[in-house]
Design a binder for this molecule. Structure first.
Ligand code: PLP
Length: 320
C-alpha cells in the first residue's frame, strides 16, 4: 500500500501541535484577485513561530517519539528554516537538539538556531558535508536524525497547514504550494484532498532547480543539477515518500525562473505589505504569470510558507 494519510490523521496531528503553534490567518488579497480574475487568499504562514511552517512537522514527530529516543536527542542538518523548526520544537518537548551547518552559514541563522536552544555544529563548506557530520552523530551518539522532508510523521505535521485552509475556507477550489524537497506539498495535498478530492493542488518550483517536475516527467526519482539560489527551493533530489505522494495527489507542477520569483517577492512586500521570503513568493509568482490555469472566479489559496529573508542589504538606507 502506498503511503497516505486521512483527514483524521491530520486532525490528530493538529490537536497534538495546536498548543504550541499559531493559527495563521488566511488573508484576502484584492490585488492578486484583480490581477488573476480568481478569488485569492493568502495563507500567511510567515507569521508562524520561527517564521515558517517548519515547526509543524518536528512538533508532531517529537510528540510521537518514544521516551527512550527523546532522552538520546535529535540531530538535523540545515542552515535554514528546518534548523529553527527542529530547534524550537525540541526545546518545547525538552529534547536535546544538535544542528549541523556548513562553516559558511550566515551568522544570524546560527545565532537564531542557538537562540532556540539547539547546539550548532559547524562542519564542511556545503550542506552535504554538514549532513555527513549529522549522520556521524547518529552513529556515535545514538541521536535520531530528523529529515527535512522525507518522513511520514513530519509530513503529517506540515499537512496541518492544509487542514487549517479547508477549515477556514471550505469552498476553496485550489491550493498553490511551493516545493523544495516536497514535504510541505505532500502534507497539504493529502490534507485538502481528504477533505474534498475535487480541490486542485498546484506545486511551484524554480525552473533553475525543478527536481520534482523532472522526476514526475521521468516517472522515477531523478537527481538534478540544481542552480536555484532560493533557500527552501534548493534541492537536488526530492524524497521518496514525497515523490510517491505528489504522483498521486498533486494535479500540476509549474516552474518559473528565480528572477521572476524574486520579482514576485518584492511585489508581495510592496503590494500586500507582507515580508515573504523567496520560496514563499513562488506561488504568487505563478499566479502573477498566469501559470495557474483555473476557471474564472475560482477560489484559490496561495501558501506564503515563510518570511525568513535576509535584509542585510537594506541596512544602509537612511531615508525613504
Ligand atoms: C519557506 C519555505 N517554503 C517552502 C519550502 C519547501 O518545502 P519542502 O522542502 O517541504 O518542499 C521550504 C523548505 O525549506 C521553506 O523553508
Amino acid at each position: 500500500m502506498p503511503f497516505s494519510l486521512t483527514l483524521r490523521d491530520f486532525a490528530e496531528a493538529r490537536a497534538r501541535i495546536a498548543p504550541h503553534i499559531k493559527r495563521t490567518p488566511l488573508l484576502g488579497s484584492r490585488q492578486l484577485s484583480e490581477r488573476t480574475g480568481y478569488d485569492v487568499k493568502l495563507k500567511a504562514e510567515l507569521f508562524q513561530r520561527v517564521g515558517s511552517y517548519k515547526i509543524r512537522g518536528p512538533l508532531n514527530k517529537f510528540a510521537l517519539m518514544p521516551e527512550e529516543e527523546k532522552r538520546r536527542g535529535v540531530v538535523c542538518s540545515s542552515a535554514g528554516n528546518h534548523a529553527q523548526g527542529v530547534a524550537l520544537a525540541a526545546q518545547i518537548h525538552g529534547i536535546r537538539a544538535v544542528v549541523c551547518m556548513a562553516e559558511n552559514a550566515t551568522p544570524a541563522k546560527v545565532a537564531a538556531t542557538r537562540g532556540y536552544g539547539a547546539e550548532v555544529v559547524l562542519h564542511g563548506t556545503i550542506w552535504d558535508e554538514a549532513n555527513e557530520k549529522a549522520k556521524e552523530l547518529v552513529r556515535e551518539q545514538g541521536l535520531t536524525y530528523v529529515h527535512p522532508f522525507d518522513d511520514a510523521q513530519l509530513i503529517a505535521g506540515q499537512g496541518t497547514l492544509g487542514l487549517e485552509i479547508v477549515q477556514d475556507w471550505p469552498e476553496v477550489d485550489a491550493v498553490v504550494v511551493p516545493i523544495g524537497g516536497g514535504g510541505l506539498i505532500s502534507g497539504v495535498s493529502m490534507a485538502v484532498k481528504s477533505f474534498n478530492p475535487n480541490i486542485k493542488v498546484i506545486g511551484v518550483e524554480s525552473s533553475d532547480g525543478p527536481a520534482m517536475r523532472r522526476s514526475l516527467d521521468a516517472g522515477a526519482l531523478e537527481t538534478i543539477d540544481c542552480r536555484t539560489v532560493i533557500d527552501g527551493l534548493r534541492v537536488r533530489r526530492v524524497g521518496e515518500i514525497n515523490f510517491s505522494v505528489v504522483q498521486r495527489f498533486v494535479d500540476d507542477i509549474v516552474t518559473l525562473p528565480d528572477r521572476e520569483i524574486f520579482e514576485a517577492m518584492l511585489w508581495t512586500w510592496e503590494r500586500c505589505k507582507l515580508v515573504v521570503e523567496g520560496a514563499a513568493a513562488a506561488p504568487v509568482a505563478a499566479l502573477l504569470h498566469g501559470l495557474v490555469k483555473l476557471p474564472e472566479g475560482s477560489r484559490v489559496a496561495a501558501v506564503l510558507s515563510g518570511g525568513n529573508v535576509n535584509l542585510d542589504q537594506l541596512r544602509g538606507l537612511t531615508w525613504n
